[in-house]
Design a protein around this ligand. Structure first.
Ligand code: PLP
Length: 396
């Protein structure tokens, strides 16, 4: 591999680059996790998480990746043989389905084409048929990181209410939290699952469950076995800022700072920034003459854009050229999309100039890899960022 100077461009859809400010916040000596000093840190982060998840209920923090937080959501609420309703939005929804099945849950999996989000009407129809209320939970991925499609959670909430169905609503916000508008309480989500390495801009290693009172009530009577993941074991010491086992202290230092950064910028401003960068990325893709994988403009992801490779061209060969020539990592197509798409992450610590740098790398990489395209994607993205795009010019 040729040597490179300057920084590596980590443009995968998470882990996202860790801001210097967070690196500095974590570069601290470890402290006694039973000390008063730790208790104060614990309280700060547990309360701070409530602002990010938009909940007044408890948020549980595990030293885990997002997959652990998925398992915790299931293990604390469901019983072997329970039925749940899920939607095949892509690779991650499929993995969560597989996990539920391995834990003895019966999954009704609504099929999908990996180009659309969860269809609220299809969910409503399935729930309306379930007169016996056999379905115990609806489980959806908010931002499907494998496809760049964001499901409309408020509409899914409405669909559950329209069917007058008592199922729990569990949402994976692993790649949306801190990047896409999300409201645990307002949308009456029962368990929100998330993790540290995407919109929170931290290294991997923290998993989250935000809980409703209904979810906590379910955890009192469900019968899936658990120990490490048990909410009750967590909630007791959490009341004083402590954890039942050794917490990931330095990641919690980082989390405190990440929450401060997001709140200083303002969550609405953070979400606007992500939407704007995503729109600029799509403008570039359109100008290149390539296709965005997501097919419904209401579901375009503010976090990442998956780009369809022209037939006969391999996305992984293209990504290799970009990495070797320009020191930039782009996201791979996952499972059935392997080689067929590449993914551009535009989340976390991303701004106009870093995005334009990344898109320049893609445009030069397309040329270097001999992928048929038109020039001008970077220009189109700059026009979009400056509000001078064709779509904007009519209202300008
Ligand atoms: N869910 C989604 C939407 C994801 O993007 C990921 C990882 O990228 C996961 C679940 C799994 O999380 P982790 O790899 O942190 O276990």
């Amino acid at each position: 591999m040729p040597s490179h100077n300057g920084r590596h461009f980590l443009q995968i859809p998470g882990p996202s680059p860790v801001p210097e400010r967070l690196l500095r916040a974590m570069s601290m000596q470890v402290i006694d996790h039973r000390s008063a000093e730790f208790g104060a840190l614990g309280k700060q982060v547990l309360e701070g998480c409530q602002a990010i998840f938009k909940t007044s209920g408890p948020v549980v923090i595990y030293p885990s990746s997002g997959t652990g937080a998925w398992e915790a959501a299931i293990a604390n609420t469901l019983s072997p043989g329970d039925k749940v309703l899920m939607v095949e939005t892509g690779h991650f929804a499929t993995l969560w389905r597989n996990m539920a099945a391995r834990l003895g849950i019966e999954v009704d999996f609504i099929g999908g084409d990996w180009r659309h989000g969860a269809d609220p009407a299809a969910l409503e129809a399935r729930l309306a048929e379930d007169n016996a209320h056999a379905i115990k939970a609806v489980m959806v991925v908010h931002n499907e990181t494998s496809t760049g499609v964001t499901s409309r959670i408020p509409e899914i909430r409405k669909a559950i209410d329209a069917a007058a169905h008592p199922a729990l609503l569990m949402v994976d916000t692993i790649s949306s939290l801190g990047s896409v508008d999300y409201r645990h309480d307002e949308w009456q989500v029962d368990v929100t699952v998330s993790c540290s390495q995407k919109g929170l801009m931290l290294p991997p290693g923290l998993g989250f469950n935000a809980l409703s009172q209904k979810a906590i009530a379910a955890s009192k009577t469900n019968s899936l076995r658990r120990s490490y993941w048990d909410w009750e074991e967590m909630l007791k010491p959490n009341a004083n800022g402590f954890f039942p086992y050794t917490p990931a202290t330095n990641l919690l230092y980082g989390l405190r700072e990440a929450i401060a950064m997001l709140l200083e910028e303002g969550l609405d401003e953070v979400f606007d920034r992500h939407r704007r960068l995503a729109a600029a990325t799509r403008a570039a893709v359109g100008a290149w003459g390539l296709e965005v994988l997501c097919q419904d403009p209401r579901e375009y992801s503010p976090v990442l854009t998956a780009v369809v490779m022209p037939p006969g061209h391999d996305a992984d060969a293209f990504r290799k050229v970009v990495l070797e020539k320009y020191n930039m990592s782009l996201g791979a197509g996952l499972s059935k999309l392997a080689g067929k798409v590449f993914r551009i992450g535009h989340l976390g610590e991303c701004n106009d100039l870093t995005l334009i740098g990344a898109l320049s790398g893609v445009e030069m990489g397309l040329a270097a890899a001999g992928v048929p395209h038109r020039r001008g994607g970077v220009q189109a993205a700059m026009d979009e960022l400056e509000g001078r795009s064709l779509a904007n010019s009519e209202t300008a």
